[in-house]
Ligand binder design. Structure first.
Ligand SMILES: [Mg+2]
Length: 124
């Protein structure tokens, strides 16, 4: 089972909301990074199955994390964006991000997305 989740988000509120939501669906949060630089370190260390990736963070933002994801990382990435910014989504897609969630989200939204991703074989 692919159940290990890394949360990369500078907002304690969003971190708690993501943690509550994914744990309720049987996923385990194995790490929390509060900026992209920490996030890349924890991806390397923890090799999570799923990553929730915030866009706006200090030190290094989510797009920079997306740009620095290495091909050997198999984590499925869900980018959490504040609003439907088409330019941002296009840039993230250019870095291979395939899954997006708009804040604010309901627990069911992230749970449904995780299940959809797990149900499909070839996902970025
Ligand atoms: Mg943020």
């Amino acid at each position: 089972m692919s159940r290990r989740v890394l949360v990369i988000d500078d907002s304690p509120f969003i971190y708690k909301a993501v943690k509550r939501s994914v744990e309720a669906a049987g996923y385990e949060v194995v790490g929390h990074a509060q900026n992209g630089q920490e996030g890349l370190q924890l991806i390397e260390q923890l090799r999570p199955d799923f990553i929730t990736l915030d866009v706006t963070m200090p030190v290094m933002d989510g797009l920079a994390v997306a740009a620095n994801l290495r091909p050997e990382y198999t984590a499925r990435v869900i980018m959490l964006s504040a609003m439907g910014d088409m330019d941002l989504l296009k840039r993230a897609q250019g870095y291979g991000i395939r899954h997006f969630l708009t804040k604010p989200f309901q627990p069911e939204d992230i749970q449904r997305l995780l299940h959809d991703i797990e149900g499909s074989v070839h996902c970025g």
